[in-house]
Ligand binder design. Sequence first.
Ligand code: PGA
Ligand code: ZN
Length: 415
Amino acid sequence: MEEFDIENVRARWVLDSRGNPTVEAEVFAGDIVGKAIVPSGASKGKREAVELRDGEKAFHGKGVSKAVGNINKIIAPAIKGMDVREQAAIDKKMIEIDGTENKSNLGANAILAVSLACARAASAAANKPLYEYLGDGKLLPVPFMNVINGGEHAGNELAIQEHMIAPVGAATFREAVQMCSEVYQTMKELIKNRYGKNGINVGDEGGFAPPLKSSEEAFEIILDAIEENGYGNKIKLAIDSAATSFYENGFYHMQGKLSTDDLLNFYEDIAGKYPIILMEDPFAEDDWDGFVAITERLGNKIQIVGDDIFVTNKKLLEKGIERRAANALLLKPNQIGTLTESIEVAHYSFKNGYGVMVSHRSGDTCDSFISDLAVALATGKIKSGAPCRAERTEKYNRLMRIEEELGEKARYGIS
Ligand code: PGA
Ligand code: ZN
């Protein structure tokens, strides 16, 4: 055995932020251990790589004992003896053993946990922080913080899932976090005064989930809080509609029953009224025409980000680039299932003039891998929920530590 050869891989289930089990993997190579936990989405795209769940009585069907077993019994012996620094070869090997297009055999949750754990071990082997091991980026991303939750992440009537603030005018990442935290706390007071104390309950991503009927009401609260803190146009707005979740039989059910055209007009209207700089999943995953139309109409001033429509999949992104659908990719490693493929699709996106926003999932843990990934790839954009709840703030806290470590070399900003 060479110094960095994989000696063992061990997996187990742990709980995510929604209290459901998820997969943790540890990779052992010499004196080194790399560990990673995978997150889990709620408003998933139907073409995402498969998150393997047991479907049995335990955890109401959500058990991950098969995925854990696949790591311990199949992946571990298969990658034993491989050099942990050979990320591409390890990922390729797991893809081969799985043998399916969508990783449904071993489970993308099993494969990704091992893939990320190997990268952590390899960065330790190289004696480098993870962000430096993964790429040469020095850019701290603008955090898009989801401060008002709706859709499938909250128990209110808001169709649009995420209402985000983007502190583009901050000088540093640390200042950006402070600005967002202050605005968030002011919002808490405003919401309590306007909607009563039930309004300050938070959704899955830590944003408030007040009983609002329209996204305009959400923007008004946010803008008032920004104003009260004197941040003016230093903080912009963004949304993730997650429109697949309110699309049925050709119509969008939000503030009425809207056609693709009606919804496009709605977006144009709010883009004129509010300082919105980014719209994610404005249309459903199969409504390519909607994506093409909004990119044509608003794409020159707003980033149109594809999440469910691209699911971090290079083939789908290729189709998007060909059709000019959206102008940015949402990067969620667990939608595709390996680190190698995630980095490849990000590079492909940049190469074609598309932006990239790295993203957490609504069910997440204190694993902050995506923070390092965002810096390494210099994406200039990350979203990890509100400045609230440990699984969300840990990503931002990690980024503040990275900024400190990079010192003079650190840059902050959107791209
Ligand atoms: P999810 O939501 O993790 O529930 O899919 C996040 C998103 O839609 O961006
Ligand atoms: Zn989304």
